[in-house]
Design a binder for this molecule. Structure first.
Ligand code: ATP
Length: 336
């Protein structure tokens, strides 16, 4: 049997608890011991840990956030910190550590592996879905649901006041969340890194799109989804520019941290549980420095570095759907 450590790091994501639960249940069933480190990599440095068993992870599958708490830990980038963490892991006789988080956390995992010869395994948990080697990440589906619900609500008030609404979603530097929120919320336009060319062209596109929309539907709501960190001077500048261009009122709405919260939807619970079980299996098989993800609904093992060295891009069908349903509708010939 093995001694397995687990920690959650970076931005929290709905479904992290479901994954911790699966790791504990799968481990306990096989006779392994599980230790949870608190507050991300800080917990390895303090060290701050507690033993986990199935009683401690009972009734948490539906809870957002993470019972182990998460954190960003700048200090962990230093060799001395990773060496310190390695020392604590060795003192506690840990065989393997499972790290739940995004690409930053995986870099941290790799960094740790340079100083510690136990097994290091990553599990993709971030609402951004910006990790190569897995179709989706734990938390992504719930965040799409939250953003979609918000767009529905914004549309109700937008319709009442005939306004243009700009809805900013998270994503760091990737447009996956924005794209899926825009498709499911039937937004009218999306400004995402994967489809973005330059600000002037985008403004011109939106203007044309808006005139077609107004001709067809009258003065109804017009909803634009924008990924954070993309518009050169931020969402308020974009709103002002659009007001000048269209002569109408433009309301910016920043969804912000609500997208990280909430009870995980079924897909996130199932993904988290499946990956947790697979990760314990990988520990038993002696795997090292990999991420356990999912490709075409089957578990997939990917070398840790590849998850950030290779950029995850939009599939052709996602690009086509975005263009057909949203961004290129202004090219329609409505006279026919
Ligand atoms: P999300 O994108 O969902 O917020 P993330 O895991 O990418 O999740 P980051 O803040 O980028 O979040 O990284 C989390 C933590 O991982 C950092 O605070 C730091 O402790 C560790 N980390 C990131 N990069 C490195 C690195 N190059 N070396 C060591 N540790 C790192």
């Amino acid at each position: 049997t093995k001694r397995i450590a687990v920690l959650t790091s970076g931005g929290d994501a709905p479904g992290m608890n479901a994954c911790i639960r699966a790791i504990v249940v799968a481990s306990e069933g096989a006779g392994h011991t599980v230790i949870g480190f608190e507050h991300g990599f800080h917990g390895l440095l303090a060290p701050n840990w507690r033993k986990l068993d199935s009683k401690k992870v009972h009734n948490i599958i539906q809870r957002g956030g993470t019972i182990l708490r998460s954190a960003r830990c700048e200090e962990f980038k230093q060799d001395s910190a990773a060496k310190n963490a390695a020392k604590h892991l060795s003192e506690l006789a840990i065989d393997a550590i499972l790290i739940l988080g995004g690409d930053g956390s995986f870099r941290g995992a790799k960094h740790l592996s340079k100083f510690w010869d136990g097994q290091v395994i990553g599990l993709p948990a971030t609402i951004d879905n910006d990790i190569y080697g897995t179709d989706t990440t734990i938390g992504y589906y719930t965040a799409i649901q939250t953003a979609m619900d918000s767009i529905d609500k914004v549309r109700d008030t937008a319709d009442a006041f005939e306004r243009i609404f700009l809805v900013e979603v998270m994503g760091r530097h990737a447009g996956f969340l924005g794209a899926k929120a825009a498709i499911s919320g039937a937004a009218n336009y999306a400004i995402l890194p994967e489809l973005f060319t330059d600000p002037d062209e985008t403004l011109n596109d939106i203007h044309q799109q808006l005139s077609i929309h107004r001709k067809r539907y009258g003065h109804e709501s017009f909803i634009i989804v924008l990924t954070e960190n993309l518009w050169p001077e931020g969402i308020n500048t974009l709103a002002e520019k659009l007001e000048n261009l269209t002569g109408g009122e433009v309301r910016p709405v920043i969804l912000g941290h609500v997208q990280r919260g909430g009870s995980p939807v079924s897909q996130d619970r199932i993904l988290a549980t499946t990956l947790g079980v697979e990760a314990v299996r990988c520990v038993e098989q002696g795997k090292h420095c990999i991420m356990v993800g999912q490709q075409n609904l089957e578990p997939a093992e990917v070398p840790l570095e590849q998850t950030w060295e290779t950029k995850k891009v939009f599939s052709d069908s996602l690009t086509r759907t975005m263009k057909t349903m949203l961004n290129e509708r202004h090219s329609w010939d409505l006279t026919k």
